[in-house]
Design a protein around this ligand. Structure first.
Ligand code: PEP
Ligand code: MG
Length: 893
């Protein structure tokens, strides 16, 4: 990932690239900055250099050092490098680490190339001991110095010493005991006592030693930050988000700015747009006389950004300018951490903000129109992920007049119903038992992510719109209500006033409105944001000439839905689905049971009439767009009653003569492996009248549509072919049928590629085919020899758990095995018939993960179920974009 040349760069004689000062990183490319300095270091560097924003001095120990540390331990020269780097900070600030008269204090923060909010560790106010605290008190004031020292002890004990004690509760009870609102209000004496309590807990913890030497504090804090890359919650998050575990984290060491300095100080977090709705307005929280951790922990009641603007109008205006500059630079919504110290504004962090899917759509389209940003349409398309689309169909509740139990902030939209569990373990166990769960917590912390990833919804009693619960839930599209402050959470129940909700009781939460109700409510799907149409139209502009998306649709209704959902044709119309309705089934059975040619012909004629009407409906709905109709495919026994039922009925003497005939027929057609039995074109060779009838009905429908002034474009497809001659005969039937009904030309005829032999002998099949459509469901089944109806319920889970398979090949295309067969089919088919069109109509055609591989194989179009159309259109555009201009990568968020 890192280019070798860069690793050898020397930076202003400060040593090798193991340490980079943010104000000296101007010569690095954005990619180099991000890879070496992590997202946090890179953004600090950009703000300090390119944007000249007020950023406290800092340097970053690179990810390269972290990787070395994790594989080989503390590098021998790192102490020296750190000393030189700290001297650089001392030079920039005129203060010295450990100087008792005017100490330099530092923050030590993690930050990987890909943002993992809250998953790794941070140590703040580093550099304090008894001497420096006294010095700091002399230079500032005592309350502040003691507050900073107790914050240092608390974060060092937690992150570096891993003291297993409820330190936050000790702080909370000191506040309660003093009868004040929050820590900032504690008297000097109470603060000193609290500091003493925290130190006593550390001293009583075996093996925990709080170093007094500030440099030793720094060394151990850096090691702890690197170690946190391998912490359980970081590993869990990477697994869920698919982040490479080898890249490591950078560690940024920055001069502390004190939001807890006094009442003209404070800390805030602000989004440049509303991350829930995408609305173009600043959204965030501010806490006077506090450090940033107090804001994001969700443990304090914060002010809004509007309140901040009102209380500090000049700073509000300055912040506005900074945010506009950041949005223009990153060309996206930013999530910014800032601190005010004695009336001066500092920016501590900026990253592209997490957002809901609806907000992502709205922001991407807004930025295309924003003259300050002018995002291209292609950039807007790549910023929307398939995951966003799966989230946008936010569910809501059908009834609205249900009395509320309580309410909080609608932090991540969507409706969720489930049983309340108040602990992470309880929630996970319940999900494992198959229950739908709402996780109810006072606030969430990164330790809860394993549960947060699997529950239906999250309810917290504390924290605002940028609290951990809100940010994580929004990123994952999990409905979440935050800050429902009437909720008192215990381990096995929660209480709202007199109402007690026990573990396992059903509740409903609405992450859009913030409402919480008792019992399970009916959930209904929501309306898709109108911006989706623009994004998908732009996606089509990118992809439709290269990898167009059609729909699988079997009825006129499906065809209408498919056309409305943007399908540019039907790639698979399964005609057998037309035979399953109650009025058609007797006709099919009559055809199967026919013992004479006349009886068979009569049944087929009746079916032809019914089918023609169906085809006309579909062709009308798709007028002017191609419709690929597949002739009958599944085994005939699917049209007969269950043989077991028939045998039982016979035993009870309940079968009449028709029943007896059905039983006889069912016995005749029963097969040991019906999926590899008399299916598809094989059945047609046994009953030659069948495909002729279907082709006649279809061609007659074409003629009727033409007579009505329509423009029907039909393509006929033969399923489950394995040999050229088998296909050649079927093509002949179709041509003759077209002529019979007076069609001047034969419609295009193609075949499905569903068997490994068809793929291997694609050259032979291409002699008779105008197009191929890859049936990747059967092709997967037959390539693996896995019954598609059985294995997922039997051994698939086991195989996945044991790592015997990387993934379920019915869900994502097996790129190396089945993928190679698709490559061969395309290549060998086109060698013989260069104008051969190739589509894919198995489930993989709607799977975003499979689509790039299908594009690479050279297919021309995809065909998927209407519900998956938006995702497939988007994924197709991403794949085409990626293959034509890989530089335009999706922004990580
Ligand atoms: C396939 O096999 O991929 C296919 C589309 O056909 P069916 O699922 O109907 O067998
Ligand atoms: Mg098939």
């Amino acid at each position: 990932m890192l280019d070798k040349e860069f690793n050898e760069i020397e930076l202003d004689g400060e040593g090798l690239a193991s340490v980079v000062f943010i104000d000296e990183a101007g010569g690095l490319s954005s990619d180099q900055k991000r890879a070496l300095m992590g997202g946090k270091g890179a953004s600090l560097a950009e703000m300090a250099t390119t944007l000249s924003l007020p950023v406290p001095p800092a340097f970053t120990i690179t990810t390269e050092v972290c990787r070395t540390y994790l594989s080989m331990g503390w590098p021998v020269d790192l102490d020296e490098t750190l000393k030189v780097a700290v001297a650089g900070l001392e030079e920039r600030t005129g203060r010295r680490l450990g100087d008792p008269s005017n100490p330099l204090l530092l923050s030590v923060r993690s930050g990987a190339a890909i943002s993992m909010p809250g998953m790794m560790d941070t140590v703040l106010n580093l550099g304090l001991n008894d001497d420096t605290t006294t010095g700091l008190a002399g230079a500032t004031d005592e309350r502040f110095a003691l507050d900073s020292h107790r914050r240092f002890v608390q974060s060092f004990a937690d992150v570096v010493l891993r003291v297993d004690a409820p330190l936050a509760e000790v702080v909370a009870s000191a506040v309660k005991k003093a009868g004040v609102e929050r820590e900032a209000d504690l008297s000097v004496e109470a603060m000193a006592a609290l500091l003493g309590d925290l130190r006593a807990i550390v001293d009583a913890t075996p093996g925990a030693v709080l170093p007094t030497d500030p440099f030793e504090q720094l060394r151990t804090a850096v090691a702890a930050v690197f170690d946190s890359w391998m912490g359980d919650r970081a590993i869990e998050y990477r697994k869920i988000e698919g982040i490479d575990g080898d890249i490591g984290t950078a560690c940024t060491i920055q001069v502390m700015i004190f939001g807890n300095r006094d009442d003209a100080s404070g800390s805030g977090v602000v989004f440049t747009r509303d991350p829930s709705t995408g609305e173009d307005r600043l959204t965030g929280d501010f806490l006077p006389n506090a450090q940033g951790e107090d804001v994001v922990a969700g443990t304090h009641s914060t002010l809004t950004i509007d309140d901040f603007n009102r209380s500090m109008p000049e700073l509000g205006a300055e912040l506005d300018r900074v945010l506009a500059c950041l949005e223009g630079h990153y060309r996206d919504m930013c999530d910014v951490e800032f601190t005010v110290e004695k009336g001066r504004l500092y920016i501590l962090q900026c990253r592209v903000g997490k957002r809901t899917a609806g907000a992502a759509l709205r922001i991407a389209t807004q930025l295309v129109d924003d003259p300050g940003v002018t995002l291209s349409q292609a950039e807007a398309v790549v910023r929307i992920t398939p995951d966003h689309l799966s989230q946008i169909l936010y569910a809501g509740f059908s009834e609205i007049d249900i009395p509320e139990l309580t309410s909080g902030l609608g932090a991540s939209p969507g409706a969720a119903v489930g049983r309340a569990y108040m602990t992470t373990d309880g929630a996970i166990d319940a999900v494992d038992r198959g229950e739908q769960v709402i996780l109810v917590r006072r606030e969430t912390s990164p330790d809860d992510v394993a549960a947060m990833a699997v529950v239906e919804g999250i309810l917290t009693s504390h924290g605002g719109l940028v609290s951990h619960a809100a940010v994580v839930a929004r990123g994952w599209g999990t409905p979440c209500v935050c800050g429902a402050d009437q909720v008192e959470v215990a381990d096995d129940h929660f209480r709202v006033g007199d109402v007690v909700v026990s573990e396992g009781d059903m509740i409903s939460i609405d992450g859009s409105t913030g409402s919480v109700t008792l019992g399970g409510r009916d959930v209904v799907k929501s309306v898709v944001p109108p911006e989706l149409d623009s994004i998908l139209a732009w996606a089509d502009e990118i992809a439709s000439d290269t990898l167009a998306v059609r729909a699988n649709a079997d009825t006129a209704e499906d065809a209408v839905a498919a056309r409305n959902a943007g399908a540019i044709g039907i790639g698979l119309c399964r005609t057998e689905h037309m035979f399953l309705s109650s009025d058609r089934l007797p006709l099919v059975r009559a055809m199967i049971l026919a013992e004479t040619t006349e009886a068979e012909t009569e049944a087929l004629e009746q079916l032809a009439t019914a089918q023609q009407a169906d085809f006309e409906g579909i062709l009308e709905a798709m007028d002017g767009l191609p419709v690929t109709v597949r002739l009958l495919d599944p085994p005939l026994h699917e049209f007969l009653p269950d043989i077991g039922d028939l045998v039982a009925a016979e035993a009870r003497g309940e079968l009449d003569s028709e029943g007896m005939a059905l039983l006889k027929s069912a016995r005749y057609w029963t097969e040991v492996n019906p999926m590899i039995g008399t299916r598809g074109v094989r059945l047609a060779h046994l009953r030659p009248g069948l495909y002729r009838m279907q082709a006649r009905a279809l061609c007659s429908a074409v003629m009727a549509r033409r007579a009505a002034g329509g423009k029907p474009l039909v393509e006929i497809m033969v399923p489950l072919t394995v040999s050229g001659p088998e296909l050649a005969v079927a093509v002949q039937w179709i041509r003759e049928s077209a002529t019979e009904v007076g069609m001047m030309e034969s419609p295009p005829v193609g075949t499905m590629i569903e068997t490994p032999r068809a793929a291997l002998l694609a050259g032979e099949l291409a002699r008779y085919a105008d197009f191929f459509s890859v049936g990747s469901n059967d092709l997967t089944q037959l390539t693996y020899g896995f019954s598609r109806d059985d294995v997922e319920g039997r051994f698939m889970d086991l195989y996945l758990k044991k790592g015997l398979l990387e993934h379920n090949p019915f869900e994502h295309l097996d790129e190396s095995g089945v993928g190679e067969l698709v490559d061969l089919a395309v290549e060998r088919g086109r060698n013989v018939n260069p104008s051969l069109k190739v589509g894919v109509c198995g489930e993989h055609a709607g799977d975003p993960r499979s689509i790039p591989r299908l594009l690479a194989a050279g297919v021309d179009y995809l065909s998927c179920s209407p519900a998956r159309l938006p995702t497939a259109r988007l994924a197709s555009a991403h794949a085409v974009q990626e293959s034509t201009s890989p530089a335009l990568r999706r922004l990580e968020r």
